[in-house]
Design a protein around this ligand. Structure first.
Ligand code: BJW
Ligand code: ZN
Length: 242
Protein backbone atom coordinates (compact mmCIF):
# COMPACT_ATOMS: atom_id res chain seq x y z
CA UNK A 1 0.00 0.00 0.00
CA UNK A 2 1.46 3.42 -0.86
CA UNK A 3 2.45 5.65 2.09
CA UNK A 4 -0.39 8.09 1.47
CA UNK A 5 -3.01 5.31 1.69
CA UNK A 6 -1.50 3.95 4.89
CA UNK A 7 -1.49 7.43 6.42
CA UNK A 8 -5.17 7.80 5.46
CA UNK A 9 -5.93 4.37 6.98
CA UNK A 10 -4.32 5.40 10.31
CA UNK A 11 -6.00 8.82 10.24
CA UNK A 12 -9.40 7.11 9.87
CA UNK A 13 -8.67 4.73 12.74
CA UNK A 14 -7.65 7.64 14.95
CA UNK A 15 -10.70 9.69 13.97
CA UNK A 16 -13.02 6.83 15.01
CA UNK A 17 -11.19 5.70 18.16
CA UNK A 18 -12.59 6.45 21.61
CA UNK A 19 -9.43 5.31 23.42
CA UNK A 20 -5.90 5.99 22.17
CA UNK A 21 -2.51 5.45 23.77
CA UNK A 22 0.70 6.98 22.44
CA UNK A 23 4.23 5.84 23.33
CA UNK A 24 7.04 8.21 22.45
CA UNK A 25 10.83 7.99 22.53
CA UNK A 26 13.83 10.13 21.71
CA UNK A 27 12.97 10.23 17.97
CA UNK A 28 10.10 12.68 18.51
CA UNK A 29 12.44 15.13 20.25
CA UNK A 30 15.18 14.57 17.65
CA UNK A 31 13.07 16.83 15.43
CA UNK A 32 13.47 19.56 18.07
CA UNK A 33 17.26 19.10 18.05
CA UNK A 34 17.60 16.87 21.14
CA UNK A 35 20.09 14.04 20.42
CA UNK A 36 18.78 10.46 20.55
CA UNK A 37 20.49 7.83 22.71
CA UNK A 38 21.41 5.23 20.13
CA UNK A 39 21.92 7.43 17.07
CA UNK A 40 25.33 8.58 15.80
CA UNK A 41 24.95 11.73 17.92
CA UNK A 42 24.04 9.79 21.09
CA UNK A 43 27.52 9.78 22.56
CA UNK A 44 28.88 12.28 25.04
CA UNK A 45 32.69 12.26 25.42
CA UNK A 46 32.71 8.62 24.21
CA UNK A 47 30.34 7.46 26.96
CA UNK A 48 27.08 5.69 26.09
CA UNK A 49 23.89 6.18 28.15
CA UNK A 50 24.49 2.69 29.59
CA UNK A 51 27.84 3.92 31.06
CA UNK A 52 26.31 6.92 32.84
CA UNK A 53 22.64 6.25 33.53
CA UNK A 54 22.95 3.77 36.40
CA UNK A 55 23.12 3.94 40.20
CA UNK A 56 26.55 2.28 40.03
CA UNK A 57 27.90 4.98 37.68
CA UNK A 58 26.58 7.69 40.02
CA UNK A 59 28.09 6.02 43.07
CA UNK A 60 31.44 5.67 41.28
CA UNK A 61 31.59 9.20 39.90
CA UNK A 62 28.66 11.52 40.72
CA UNK A 63 30.54 14.52 39.32
CA UNK A 64 30.89 12.89 35.88
CA UNK A 65 27.20 11.91 35.82
CA UNK A 66 26.17 15.44 36.86
CA UNK A 67 28.45 16.91 34.15
CA UNK A 68 26.55 14.82 31.58
CA UNK A 69 23.19 15.96 32.94
CA UNK A 70 24.31 19.59 33.06
CA UNK A 71 25.38 19.33 29.41
CA UNK A 72 21.99 17.88 28.48
CA UNK A 73 20.06 20.40 30.60
CA UNK A 74 21.88 23.28 28.89
CA UNK A 75 21.11 21.80 25.48
CA UNK A 76 17.45 20.97 26.18
CA UNK A 77 16.85 24.44 27.70
CA UNK A 78 17.32 25.87 24.20
CA UNK A 79 14.84 23.48 22.52
CA UNK A 80 11.11 23.78 21.89
CA UNK A 81 8.33 21.37 21.02
CA UNK A 82 7.91 20.60 17.29
CA UNK A 83 4.79 19.93 15.16
CA UNK A 84 4.69 16.27 16.29
CA UNK A 85 4.45 17.28 19.97
CA UNK A 86 1.67 19.76 19.13
CA UNK A 87 -0.22 17.22 17.00
CA UNK A 88 -0.40 14.93 20.05
CA UNK A 89 -1.93 17.76 22.10
CA UNK A 90 -4.58 18.14 19.39
CA UNK A 91 -5.18 14.37 19.43
CA UNK A 92 -5.61 14.44 23.22
CA UNK A 93 -8.27 17.13 22.83
CA UNK A 94 -10.15 15.05 20.25
CA UNK A 95 -10.14 11.60 21.84
CA UNK A 96 -12.34 10.67 24.81
CA UNK A 97 -9.75 8.52 26.58
CA UNK A 98 -6.19 9.45 25.75
CA UNK A 99 -2.94 8.57 27.47
CA UNK A 100 0.56 9.59 26.43
CA UNK A 101 3.42 7.47 27.73
CA UNK A 102 6.79 9.07 27.12
CA UNK A 103 10.26 7.69 27.77
CA UNK A 104 11.63 11.18 27.21
CA UNK A 105 12.86 13.19 30.18
CA UNK A 106 13.09 16.52 28.33
CA UNK A 107 9.66 17.87 29.32
CA UNK A 108 8.79 18.88 25.74
CA UNK A 109 5.39 17.12 25.77
CA UNK A 110 4.33 19.10 28.83
CA UNK A 111 5.76 22.28 27.29
CA UNK A 112 3.58 21.65 24.22
CA UNK A 113 0.49 21.31 26.43
CA UNK A 114 -0.02 17.54 26.85
CA UNK A 115 -1.79 16.75 30.11
CA UNK A 116 -2.77 13.06 30.21
CA UNK A 117 0.83 11.98 30.40
CA UNK A 118 3.19 9.59 32.19
CA UNK A 119 6.89 10.48 32.03
CA UNK A 120 7.92 6.91 32.81
CA UNK A 121 11.69 7.60 32.88
CA UNK A 122 11.36 10.78 34.95
CA UNK A 123 12.15 14.39 34.15
CA UNK A 124 15.50 16.11 33.67
CA UNK A 125 14.15 19.28 35.35
CA UNK A 126 13.57 17.48 38.66
CA UNK A 127 16.18 16.63 41.28
CA UNK A 128 15.88 14.12 44.13
CA UNK A 129 17.76 13.95 47.41
CA UNK A 130 19.65 10.65 47.82
CA UNK A 131 19.31 11.02 51.62
CA UNK A 132 15.76 12.21 52.37
CA UNK A 133 14.03 11.55 49.03
CA UNK A 134 12.72 15.12 48.59
CA UNK A 135 11.92 15.92 44.95
CA UNK A 136 12.17 19.49 43.64
CA UNK A 137 11.71 21.07 40.25
CA UNK A 138 14.86 23.01 39.35
CA UNK A 139 15.48 24.73 36.01
CA UNK A 140 18.89 26.20 36.91
CA UNK A 141 21.48 25.70 34.16
CA UNK A 142 24.12 24.73 34.91
CA UNK A 143 23.54 23.30 38.39
CA UNK A 144 26.39 23.47 40.88
CA UNK A 145 28.68 20.44 40.85
CA UNK A 146 27.77 18.70 43.14
CA UNK A 147 24.29 19.94 44.11
CA UNK A 148 23.03 19.39 47.68
CA UNK A 149 19.61 19.16 49.31
CA UNK A 150 18.25 22.43 50.80
CA UNK A 151 16.62 20.43 53.61
CA UNK A 152 19.25 17.89 54.75
CA UNK A 153 22.40 18.66 52.70
CA UNK A 154 22.29 15.17 51.16
CA UNK A 155 23.62 14.72 47.63
CA UNK A 156 21.04 15.44 44.92
CA UNK A 157 20.61 13.22 41.87
CA UNK A 158 18.51 13.63 38.73
CA UNK A 159 14.90 12.43 39.27
CA UNK A 160 15.31 9.96 36.42
CA UNK A 161 14.91 6.19 36.14
CA UNK A 162 18.30 4.66 35.51
CA UNK A 163 19.17 1.16 34.27
CA UNK A 164 18.44 -1.44 36.93
CA UNK A 165 15.96 0.85 38.71
CA UNK A 166 12.22 0.25 38.81
CA UNK A 167 9.72 2.59 37.26
CA UNK A 168 7.22 4.25 39.61
CA UNK A 169 4.46 1.65 40.24
CA UNK A 170 1.72 4.22 39.53
CA UNK A 171 3.26 4.99 36.10
CA UNK A 172 3.44 1.29 35.23
CA UNK A 173 -0.12 0.65 36.38
CA UNK A 174 -1.49 3.65 34.50
CA UNK A 175 0.44 2.63 31.36
CA UNK A 176 -0.75 -0.98 31.48
CA UNK A 177 -4.33 0.11 32.03
CA UNK A 178 -4.15 2.44 29.01
CA UNK A 179 -2.43 -0.18 26.82
CA UNK A 180 -5.01 -2.85 27.65
CA UNK A 181 -8.02 -0.62 27.00
CA UNK A 182 -6.96 1.28 23.86
CA UNK A 183 -8.28 0.81 20.35
CA UNK A 184 -5.13 2.35 18.87
CA UNK A 185 -1.52 2.43 20.08
CA UNK A 186 0.70 4.91 18.26
CA UNK A 187 4.44 4.37 18.83
CA UNK A 188 6.66 7.27 17.80
CA UNK A 189 10.46 7.45 17.60
CA UNK A 190 11.63 4.71 19.92
CA UNK A 191 14.19 2.01 19.14
CA UNK A 192 12.10 -0.43 21.21
CA UNK A 193 15.05 -2.01 23.00
CA UNK A 194 14.66 -0.67 26.55
CA UNK A 195 12.32 -2.50 28.94
CA UNK A 196 9.65 -2.28 30.19
CA UNK A 197 8.56 0.14 27.40
CA UNK A 198 9.76 -2.43 24.83
CA UNK A 199 6.97 -4.73 26.02
CA UNK A 200 4.17 -2.17 25.56
CA UNK A 201 3.53 -2.89 21.85
CA UNK A 202 3.02 -6.65 22.40
CA UNK A 203 0.79 -5.92 25.43
CA UNK A 204 -1.49 -3.61 23.39
CA UNK A 205 -1.46 -5.96 20.39
CA UNK A 206 -2.47 -8.93 22.57
CA UNK A 207 -5.33 -6.83 23.97
CA UNK A 208 -6.62 -6.20 20.42
CA UNK A 209 -5.31 -2.69 19.72
CA UNK A 210 -4.49 -1.45 16.23
CA UNK A 211 -0.76 -0.70 16.56
CA UNK A 212 1.03 1.93 14.46
CA UNK A 213 4.72 2.81 14.42
CA UNK A 214 6.30 6.04 13.17
CA UNK A 215 10.08 5.84 12.89
CA UNK A 216 12.92 6.75 10.57
CA UNK A 217 14.11 3.13 10.61
CA UNK A 218 12.85 -0.40 11.16
CA UNK A 219 12.75 -1.51 14.83
CA UNK A 220 12.06 -4.76 16.69
CA UNK A 221 8.38 -3.63 16.67
CA UNK A 222 8.11 -3.28 12.90
CA UNK A 223 7.06 -6.89 12.22
CA UNK A 224 4.46 -6.84 14.97
CA UNK A 225 2.66 -3.59 14.19
CA UNK A 226 -0.37 -3.21 11.91
CA UNK A 227 1.07 -0.20 10.10
CA UNK A 228 4.67 0.99 10.04
CA UNK A 229 5.22 4.51 8.73
CA UNK A 230 8.78 5.36 7.85
CA UNK A 231 9.57 9.05 8.18
CA UNK A 232 10.29 11.94 10.49
CA UNK A 233 7.91 12.39 13.41
CA UNK A 234 7.45 16.11 12.72
CA UNK A 235 6.31 15.41 9.14
CA UNK A 236 4.32 12.22 9.69
CA UNK A 237 2.44 12.70 12.98
CA UNK A 238 0.57 15.92 11.97
CA UNK A 239 -0.64 14.12 8.80
CA UNK A 240 -2.33 11.47 10.97
CA UNK A 241 -4.71 14.11 12.28
CA UNK A 242 -5.62 15.60 8.92
C1 BJW B 1 13.23 9.02 14.74
C2 BJW B 1 13.69 10.30 14.41
C3 BJW B 1 12.74 11.19 13.86
C4 BJW B 1 15.34 9.22 15.23
N1 BJW B 1 11.47 10.80 13.69
N2 BJW B 1 12.00 8.64 14.55
C5 BJW B 1 14.00 -7.34 30.25
C6 BJW B 1 14.86 -7.88 29.29
C7 BJW B 1 16.14 -7.36 29.15
C8 BJW B 1 16.59 -6.32 29.95
C9 BJW B 1 15.75 -5.80 30.88
C10 BJW B 1 14.48 -6.32 31.02
N3 BJW B 1 13.85 -5.60 32.00
C11 BJW B 1 14.70 -4.66 32.46
C12 BJW B 1 15.88 -4.77 31.82
C13 BJW B 1 17.06 -3.92 32.05
C14 BJW B 1 16.94 -2.56 31.40
C15 BJW B 1 16.87 -2.71 29.87
O1 BJW B 1 15.84 -2.65 29.25
N4 BJW B 1 17.99 -2.88 29.23
C16 BJW B 1 18.03 -2.99 27.77
C17 BJW B 1 19.09 -2.07 27.22
C18 BJW B 1 18.17 -4.43 27.38
N5 BJW B 1 15.77 -1.81 31.88
C19 BJW B 1 15.75 -1.22 33.04
O2 BJW B 1 16.71 -1.28 33.80
C20 BJW B 1 14.51 -0.46 33.44
N6 BJW B 1 14.11 -0.83 34.74
C21 BJW B 1 13.40 -1.93 34.99
O3 BJW B 1 12.93 -2.62 34.11
O4 BJW B 1 13.26 -2.20 36.33
C22 BJW B 1 12.96 -3.54 36.71
C23 BJW B 1 14.15 -4.42 36.44
C24 BJW B 1 15.43 -3.95 36.68
C25 BJW B 1 16.54 -4.76 36.39
C26 BJW B 1 16.37 -6.02 35.84
C27 BJW B 1 15.08 -6.47 35.58
C28 BJW B 1 13.96 -5.66 35.90
C29 BJW B 1 14.78 1.03 33.51
C30 BJW B 1 15.13 1.58 32.18
C31 BJW B 1 15.44 3.05 32.29
C32 BJW B 1 16.06 3.53 31.01
N7 BJW B 1 16.47 4.85 31.12
C33 BJW B 1 17.09 5.51 30.00
C34 BJW B 1 18.18 6.44 30.50
C35 BJW B 1 17.65 7.58 31.26
C36 BJW B 1 18.74 8.53 31.32
C37 BJW B 1 18.34 9.89 30.87
O5 BJW B 1 17.53 10.09 29.96
O6 BJW B 1 18.94 10.75 31.45
O7 BJW B 1 16.09 6.17 29.24
S1 BJW B 1 17.87 4.47 28.81
C38 BJW B 1 17.52 5.49 27.44
O8 BJW B 1 16.83 4.63 26.52
C39 BJW B 1 16.53 6.56 27.93
C40 BJW B 1 15.42 6.39 26.92
O9 BJW B 1 14.19 6.85 27.45
C41 BJW B 1 15.44 4.92 26.59
C42 BJW B 1 14.78 4.55 25.32
O10 BJW B 1 15.44 5.10 24.23
P1 BJW B 1 14.61 5.61 22.98
O11 BJW B 1 13.71 6.69 23.35
O12 BJW B 1 14.01 4.46 22.30
O13 BJW B 1 15.77 6.28 22.09
P2 BJW B 1 16.80 5.62 21.07
O14 BJW B 1 17.91 6.56 20.87
O15 BJW B 1 17.16 4.24 21.47
O16 BJW B 1 15.95 5.48 19.72
C43 BJW B 1 15.50 6.60 18.99
C44 BJW B 1 14.60 6.11 17.87
O17 BJW B 1 14.07 7.22 17.20
C45 BJW B 1 15.34 5.27 16.82
O18 BJW B 1 14.56 4.12 16.53
C46 BJW B 1 15.41 6.19 15.60
O19 BJW B 1 15.33 5.48 14.36
C47 BJW B 1 14.18 7.05 15.81
N8 BJW B 1 14.26 8.40 15.22
N9 BJW B 1 14.97 10.44 14.68
C48 BJW B 1 11.08 9.55 14.00
N10 BJW B 1 13.06 12.50 13.48
ZN1 ZN C 1 17.49 15.81 51.61
Amino acid sequence: MPDQDRIRQVAQRLARARAVTVLTGAGISADSGVPTFRGADGLWRNYRAEDLASPEAFERNPRLVWEWYNWRRELIATKSPNPAHYALVQLEQRVGRFWLITQNVDGLHRAAGSQNLSEIHGNIWKVRCTACGRVDEDHTVPLALLPHCPRCQGLLRPHIVWFGESLAPEDLERSHEALRSSEVLLIIGTSGVVYPAASFAPIAKAAGAFVVEVNLDATPHTDLVDVSLQGRAKDTVPKLLA
